[in-house]
Ligand binder design. Structure first.
Ligand SMILES: [Zn+2]
Length: 59
């Protein structure tokens, strides 16, 4: 049953390759979902990293 195992393995590899191509086609670029949209201070326009208020004290 080695032949069966090899066939299954090859099929598995082919599937992985197809899936990778497919995903690249569908998404194009990987969207930065984890980071989300960068928040900006309404007053000074600086990017806010973290989630607290801006350093300028006005935003
Ligand atoms: Zn600010």
């Amino acid at each position: 049953m080695i032949l069966k195992t090899i066939t299954l393995f090859l099929l598995f590899m082919a599937l992985i390759g197809m899936f990778g191509k497919w995903r690249a086609k569908l998404t194009g670029k990987p969207p930065p979902k984890l980071l989300g949209r960068p928040r900006k201070c309404k007053r000074c326009g600086r990017f806010l990293i973290g989630g607290g208020p801006c350093n300028c004290g006005k935003g």
